[in-house]
Design a protein around this ligand. Structure first.
Ligand SMILES: [Zn+2]
Length: 448
């Protein structure tokens, strides 16, 4: 059959215009050589640097700046002419364009460079990929990193968020669901969270670290996250509840793998003849089980930093593991032990004027294995609290208090190693030395 190419265009169109359009279908691939991957940063807020609008934003792949639009007079169009930069990526639909000619690069899947850029913006995974994780990877500067065990920039302001994002991306069933699904219909929050977790596990990062500034700003501005008393426990609970209210699929995974239940029996009276008189039985579900530390005040009882009290985790757990013992007329029984058991060590009195300075500094001793009600658990994640003392130049920056800093220690079960993530840095740690710090949150995984 003979195809009349002219018929692809309106009959009223001048012939010359039709020829131009046919010609314009083919992009100039020489422009791809001007792309500079090192300048591209997909963690930053995706708004046009001229109009500040988040709509229809393109990344200039030559200088890394974001500009709106593609049509004539749009910031992207004008930028392409003024700066002689020609390769752009639409940040919403992941399509590549040559400007100002306004030609889409249709066969981008066949171009390795463009595939890599698309992957940096939005990593995708298949089940087979996950089996090889974690693995040694290299960024554009040839710096080695282990995917899933990466550092973050701007640790002073957002370290609580780094800790929690690492923690949840190491809960295997949750991680797998986040990596393998696109969540197109689950709303902006789940979409953004999934991209964070997808990036944490990316084997093809341009830089071996990430930034969550944009994500946390979004949570604060659009999702009502209150940053006043923020610490990893507060943020973790907020995030888990938010996930559950946003996605049925993720809620069911969380309920299955992380939700425990504790039966609380309060007794009113106890006599020798009648035995305990039960007044109230309550079964409470929990994500995080709070363990109270023995009372401690840093300035009383002659305690010094060199002479900190120590307690073993087994001792802290007797409250939940001893089926007969009542604590202040209350009996606690763990009736559901989840696959991932999360503990919180209660160190801060938020009603105190200086909660960080006056925190409970008791050292908790633990080994990397634990038996609780005949279930065997292995330590996966240990979140550690350290303090940053206000320097003389800070003035009264923390209202006379010290500032908390959070470090995340993660177990790499493939290589049987502990990796500590502290800001940008990742370091291998000896398992035996983990408990020397002020542990704040722990995640334990049940062993089959
Ligand atoms: Zn540019």
């Amino acid at each position: 059959m003979k195809i009349d190419h002219k018929r692809r265009f309106s009959v009223n169109e001048p012939k010359q215009e039709a020829v131009k359009k046919v010609k314009s279908q083919e992009p100039d691939y020489a422009y791809l050589e001007t792309v500079v991957r090192e300048k591209i940063d997909f963690d930053s807020e995706k708004i046009c640097c001229i109009t500040l609008s988040p709509l229809n934003v393109y990344c200039c792949l030559v200088c890394g700046h974001y500009y709106q639009g593609r049509h004539e007079k749009s910031p992207a169009f004008i930028h392409s002419i003024n700066e002689n930069h020609h390769v752009f990526l639409n940040l919403t639909n992941l399509k590549f364009y040559i400007l100002p000619q306004n030609i889409q690069i249709l066969n981008d899947n066949k171009i390795q460079l463009l595939n890599g850029i698309k992957y940096a913006l939005y990593p995708t995974y298949c089940t087979k990929d996950l089996q090889s994780f974690p693995k040694q990877c290299f960024d554009l500067s040839n710096r080695a990193y282990l995917n899933g065990f990466i550092g973050f920039t701007n640790s002073a302001a957002y370290d609580y968020a780094h800790t929690v994002l690492l923690l949840i991306s190491h809960i295997a069933p949750l991680r797998d669901c986040f990596l393998l699904n696109h969540f197109d219909n689950e709303g902006e929050f789940i979409k953004r969270l999934s991209i964070c977790i997808k990036k944490i596990w990316s084997p093809k990062l341009f830089k071996h670290h990430l930034s969550v500034n944009d994500f946390v700003t979004y949570l604060k501005v659009k999702e009502g996250l209150d940053l006043r008393f923020i610490d990893p426990r507060f943020f973790l609970l907020w995030l888990l509840n938010k996930i559950c209210s946003s996605s049925k699929q993720l809620k069911s995974i969380l309920n299955q793998s992380c939700k425990g239940k504790v039966k609380i029996t309060k007794i009113e009276n106890e006599t020798e003849e009648n035995g305990p008189i039960i007044s109230k039985v309550n079964v409470k579900p929990f994500w995080v089980l709070t363990l109270d530390l023995p009372e401690f005040s840093p300035f009383k009882d002659g305690n010094t930093v060199e002479n900190l009290p120590q307690v073993n985790i087994i001792q802290l757990l007797t409250k939940f593991s001893n089926r007969q013992t009542y604590y202040a007329d209350t009996l606690f029984e763990l009736t559901r032990l989840p696959q991932f058991l999360i503990f919180h060590f209660n160190r801060f009195d938020r009603s105190s004027e200086h909660p960080v300075k006056n925190r409970n500094q008791t050292i908790v001793e633990f080994s990397s294995e634990l038996e609780l009600l005949h279930a065997k658990y292995r330590l996966k994640t240990n979140v550690v609290h350290v303090v940053i003392k206000a320097s003389s130049t800070d003035g009264n920056a923390f209202n006379g208090d010290e500032r908390s800093h959070w470090i995340t220690q993660l177990y790499d079960d493939k290589n049987e190693k502990w990796i500590e993530v502290d800001g940008l840095n990742t370091t291998e740690r000896e398992a035996e030395l983990l408990f020397l710090n002020e542990t704040f949150i722990q995640v334990w995984e049940k062993q089959e």
